[in-house]
Design a protein around this ligand. Structure first.
Ligand SMILES: [Zn+2]
Length: 284
């Protein structure tokens, strides 16, 4: 991925600041896995999750390494290119775009949606319209899920999260919440709605890649493949196979690897926001 000269002022880097001031739960994915094992064996996982409080897992205040500073630079560049591309797309459709904020953190931090833990991976919180980026997630992606992680795969994950921000600005998030809250739908029907929501965020990420490349020439050979490899690695079928050894389509909440590839590429190939109605495509 080629770098541009744009940088966003909306990135809040909380790494190295000493834990984020909230309840500290240590251990990252390791303690989550232990918690899952305890849960399946019938124990109380909260006993393990909260035991991190008193241990040595709290992050201490420290200076960021030059490599970490470079990652911050990269994240504020990708944020700026999201702002510019979505500004343009919204303006073309007679709407006004409000940029998302981006928080970079390690271990744990407070979000408008509760305590954010590194083990959760990157996510978007609609309540404070902020993307929370735990950068250690990308090491997990490489080591645990076998994805080929490049700068562009990080950009893809950010664009996916900002895709959820776009859904919030367009009212899609609120409609999905209403469906969930009115209780009319079964769990497997709501899983389909959730898959459609996630695949649309992938579609938006592909759309962003295309339109940003048109504006700024950011793509290099192999970039799109690396984004797809990241998307496929975190497809529900892959995660289920790794965690439970079989695939159960009813339990999908993010879409299969093939679906994630398909919708990212549809966004990329069409470059047209009107082609992204995953709800109609999946729920009819
Ligand atoms: Zn998502």
């Amino acid at each position: 991925m080629k770098w541009t000269n744009d940088r966003s002022g909306n990135v809040d880097d909380r790494r190295g600041s000493g834990g984020g001031g909230g309840m500290l739960v240590g251990g990252g994915l390791g303690s989550l896995i232990i918690a899952a094992i305890v849960f399946f064996l019938g124990g109380d996982p909260s006993a393990i999750l909260s035991s991190g409080n008193s241990g040595g897992a709290q992050t201490e205040q420290r200076d960021l390494t030059p490599e970490e500073m470079k990652v911050k630079e990269f994240v504020s560049m990708v944020t700026a290119e999201n702002d510019q591309t979505w500004n343009k797309i919204f303006a073309e459709n007679g709407m006004e775009y409000t940029p998302a904020k981006v928080v970079m953190f390690e271990s744990v931090t407070q979000s408008g949606c509760g305590t954010a833990q590194a083990a959760m991976g990157p996510f978007y919180c609609p309540a404070d319209q902020t993307v929370y980026m735990d950068m250690s997630f990308f090491k997990e992606l490489e080591q645990r899920f076998g994805a080929q992680v490049t700068e562009f795969s990080i950009a893809y994950v950010m664009a996916h999260e900002i895709g959820h921000h776009v859904q919030t600005l367009l009212g899609t998030t609120q409609k999905v919440d209403q469906l969930r809250n009115n209780g009319q739908y079964s769990e497997s029907e709501m899983n389909k709605v959730s898959v459609a929501t996630e695949l649309q965020a992938d579609f938006y990420a592909g759309l962003w890649a295309k339109q940003t490349d048109n504006r700024e020439n950011i793509l290099e050979p192999g970039d799109i493949e690396s984004a797809i490899s990241a998307a496929e690695a975190v497809g529900d079928d892959n995660i289920q196979k790794r965690s439970q050894g079989y695939v159960n389509q009813e339990g999908f909440t993010h879409g299969s690897s093939a679906q994630r590839r398909e919708w990212f590429m549809k966004g990329y190939n069409t470059g047209d926001i009107k082609q992204g109605d995953t709800f109609n495509a999946l729920l009819k």
